[in-house]
Each structure stands twice: as C-alpha cells, then as structure tokens.
Design a protein around this ligand. Sequence first.
Ligand code: NAD
Length: 249
Amino acid sequence: MRRFKDQVAIVTGAGSGIGLGIAERLGSEGAKVLITDIDEPTADKAVAALAAQGITALAVSGDTAAEATAQRAVAQVMTAWGRIDILVNNTGIIGATAPLWELPVSELDRVYAVNLRGTYLFCQQAIPHMLARDYGRIVNMASIAGKEGNPNMVPYSATKAAIICLTKSLGKELAETGVRVNCLTPAVVRTPIWEQTTAAQMEMLLARIPMKRSGEIAEVAALAAWLASAECSFSTGAVFDLSGGRATY
Ligand SMILES: NC(=O)c1ccc[n+]([C@@H]2O[C@H](COP(=O)([O-])OP(=O)(O)OC[C@H]3O[C@@H](n4cnc5c(N)ncnc54)[C@H](O)[C@@H]3O)[C@@H](O)[C@H]2O)c1
C-alpha cells in the first residue's frame, strides 16, 4: 500500500517509541517524514534508522514546548519539500507520579508545556500551509488517562483531557475545509515513557485492561496511519480508542 506517496509528514517526539513507529509506518507507505525530538542524538539515530528502511527523512531537534521548535520544523519541511499533508502531535511526557498535594506546581507547568502547549504550537504553524492547499490530516496523541483520569497522574491526565478538547474544538473550526483533526487515546503501550514511573503504577494500569495485555506500537501506528490518510474523510474532532477494551465511551 502506498497511501502516502508524494505526501509529507511531521511527527513530533519521534526519536523513539510510538512516534518512531508512526514515522516508520507513514514512511513505509511513501511519505517523506520530518521528525522532531528534544534529544539530538536520538533524533539523528531515528533518521538513520528510517533512511536504512528507504524512507526519506529529516530531523529537527528541540523542545516541543518551545515556539521556535515548531517554527523551525515547519520552515524546514517547507524549504525541503514545499508542503505539509500530515502533522502527528505525538510528543508527550508523564512527569512525576504522586498525589496532587505532593507535586509541586512546577511539575504541572512542565507537563502542560510539552503536552498541550506543544500540540497547540505545532498546529498553529502547520495549519496555514494545509489551508493553502485545502488538505491536511492532524493526529493528536491523547491518552485514556485524558478520558478517565489516572490517580497519581493529575498533570498528565489533565493535559491529555485538554488535548482531547483541543481536537474537538479545532476539528469544528476546520470542518468546512479539507483539514481533518482527530486524536488517539491509547492505554498502556510498552515504550521508554514508562521509565518515568514506577512498576506498581504500570501494573495498576495494566490490570485495568480487559485484554490483559499492553498495546503494541504497531497497533497504534496502524490506526494513526488511517487517521493520517485521505480515507479518513468523514471523521473530525473525534477520539479514537486503543485500550484493549478498557474505554467504555
Ligand atoms: N506508551 C504508552 O503507554 C502511552 C499511552 C497513551 C498515550 N501515550 C502517548 O503517546 C505519545 C508517545 O509516547 P511514547 O510512549 O512513545 O513516549 P517515549 O517517552 O517512549 O518517547 C517520546 C519521545 O519524545 C521525546 N521527547 C520527550 N520530551 C520532549 C520534548 N519536550 N520535546 C521533544 N521531544 C521530546 C523523547 O526524547 C522520546 O524520544 C505521548 O504523547 C504519550 O503520552 C503513550
């Protein structure tokens, strides 16, 4: 399948984990991909891994929370390839896990800046280029935590809920254009993100999944790729579940 032949994608926070899996999937179906990551060696390694698979890729290293990173990423894509078809706002951090009254407010500020502010900034930079061609697909990475609220994860859960609502509002703003905006709400997928928390927290979340297993990166990438494709035409401002049966709405 070459659904993304001649198309251009930006995937944020794609040096590892789910973002890299999505970049590989889009690239394997023909997209040119610009990835971003806060860690430069990680970003460079990911580009080399994509290139080894025959995928045309570029990296921009920088903090997703900084406006300059979004500006640089979009400028680089436009200079190199002249268009943006797909934006996957994948970057996300859990932050410290503890009850709210034990977490300094600086922890909320940090998680907010990466998860919500970063998503906002990349949308702001990319959308004018999508509107210029009246085509675009935006896929935002929320989480089941944003629907249900996980204990000891208030900053993460609250910012993921905000990404769900950003998706709903933005989807409506763009509904009469060729730009679609949707989000994903995965439950546990084994990636390096879980190094930010405890084994007990991970086990507690795994036990809530009716399938009694974690999700696979390839499973997230498959749904993200459909949302990033032209086939996703009548869905916008919508929330797509990937939770092994945990989500009840
Ligand atoms: N893994 C899960 O269980 C799970 C479940 C639900 C949702 N998600 C969401 O999926 C997305 C990807 O998660 P993952 O598990 O692949 O994470 P990960 O930690 O494995 O990978 C994230 C990548 O983003 C980079 N990064 C971190 N902070 C950054 C910043 N400020 N700016 C730019 N890059 C930064 C990291 O260097 C890393 O390469 C996140 O939004 C996460 O919240 C993950």
